[in-house]
Design a protein around this ligand. Sequence first.
Ligand code: FAD
Length: 508
Amino acid sequence: MADSATKSPCRRRRVCDNLERVTENVNENNELRIAVVGAGPAGVYSSDIFLRQLKQTGEGLGLGTKARIDLFEKLPVPFGLVRYGVAPDHPSIKFIADALEKTLDNPDIHLYCDVEFGKDITLDDLLPRYDAVLFATGAVADKPLLIPGADLHGVFGAARFVEWYDGYPTGAREWPLDAEQVAVIGGGNVAMDVARELMRNAEDLKTRTDIPDNVYEGIKANKAKELHLFIRRGVAQAKFSVQELREMEKLPGVQLVINEDDFDLDDETVERAGVNKLTRQMVEELFTIREMAEDMEDDGGVDFEGNPAKRKYYLHFNADPVAIIGADGKVAAIRVERTETGAYGAMRRTGEFEDIPVQAVYHAIGYRPASVPGIAYDEAHTVLANDGGRILASASDGAASAVLPRLYATGWAKRGPIGLIGSTKSDALLIVTNMLDDFSKDGASGRVAPDRDPASIDRLLASRGVAPIGFAGWKRVDAFERAEGAKEGREHKKVVEPEELRRLARGE
Ligand SMILES: Cc1cc2nc3c(=O)[nH]c(=O)nc-3n(C[C@H](O)[C@H](O)[C@H](O)COP(=O)(O)OP(=O)(O)OC[C@H]3O[C@@H](n4cnc5c(N)ncnc54)[C@H](O)[C@@H]3O)c2cc1C
């Protein structure tokens, strides 16, 4: 191979020009400009990890170490499902929200809340102003329940109920909790959350959480006496976390009821469950619950502290809801088929059916990540069409589809609606590594957007009458929520109305 001394003067000049351009590109005033859409955990962690990775590896990759991240969020406040999905009584939530807030308190991350991609800004606005756009748009809607009777009055998707109890800015403000017998469908943590909030004592919930007044009043009026949680597979195939199960065990005034047969596991199932640490721990905890339920029954129907129980919470494994039965257009019962589950999770129908009277049904069978205008949606996997986080031109031919340069996805938008908040960090690491790698190969050190004026986006938004809420605005909301909470001896009290959030953010 020819060394540089033997290269033609013309070729040498091209190399020199290139190097000059790179040096110019990476000079201190020419930071990389990244737009992140969605200020949930995936968007916040990715912003942080991008800046850190760039500091560590940017020089070596010829990218410099400086970047500015503009983080766009459609809601007036940040944190996505951490604020509007995670159940209010989860003890870890405060810690996570605090950590996300600290991350945002960074001069290189600029928060633009109340700015919706697809409505207030588009790809045509972002691509001339940013070197890359990273979608972290998460999920807000339910997967539909596809059984007869799913359209009856009294059937609710978990997502809408979660929005209500978490005070989502555009969510319902009233919720009909007038059913005495309630069914919840689902074998994961969201089903557990929904069932727990339906069994919660209002005073207990109020003192330990940030729930707003309308939710407290709603839960106080809840008439539920019996709740049936249906899990279509067996004890060893559920997807509950141990923490969720422990929270279920400690519900004041609630007796847990199990079906002994569900716990009759064969040797192969037990052995298989032991292979995965999390599954083993979950099964062990479920057996603890079995013992608790037996004691609660033997003691005459009591809760975990031995107090008389006002409510019964039934856990049904190997029970697949196949239809919701109505009367006068309203839910009257749920029809459940008994199933059997093999050690490897294969489910067999038994043809044995039971109708259980209920007046409300909640389904928590999965979320559906949001689609994004201008980006292909992969319906089969319910994600933005992507390959390792690089956005694809189309979903139809999978990884064979062309990668669209400068566009990326992370979090639930990339992986689908599975995984805890922590997993958005590992996603972020992968995507950021891919982004930096791509930048290092594009011949311009990643600096490809022609408009490099950071104020350009502000002018554009102002010209459209869009008034973004920044980090300082969020801090004003947070301070108000803390002050309101303190008046009642609580740490926080959530503000729900979007106009009030905006007003507080503006300091009015
Ligand atoms: C009901 C429920 C309970 C959960 N409980 C727990 C738990 O207890 N512990 C745990 O670890 N994990 C929990 N999870 C999982 C956790 O919430 C997710 O892992 C995590 O929130 C995914 O992060 P994300 O940033 O990808 O998505 P999200 O949290 O959904 O954030 C996406 C953000 O993008 C914004 N956005 C969407 N579209 C646009 C647009 N067009 N323009 C601008 N912004 C947009 C959204 O408003 C949102 O703020 C729970 C999930 C659910 C659904």
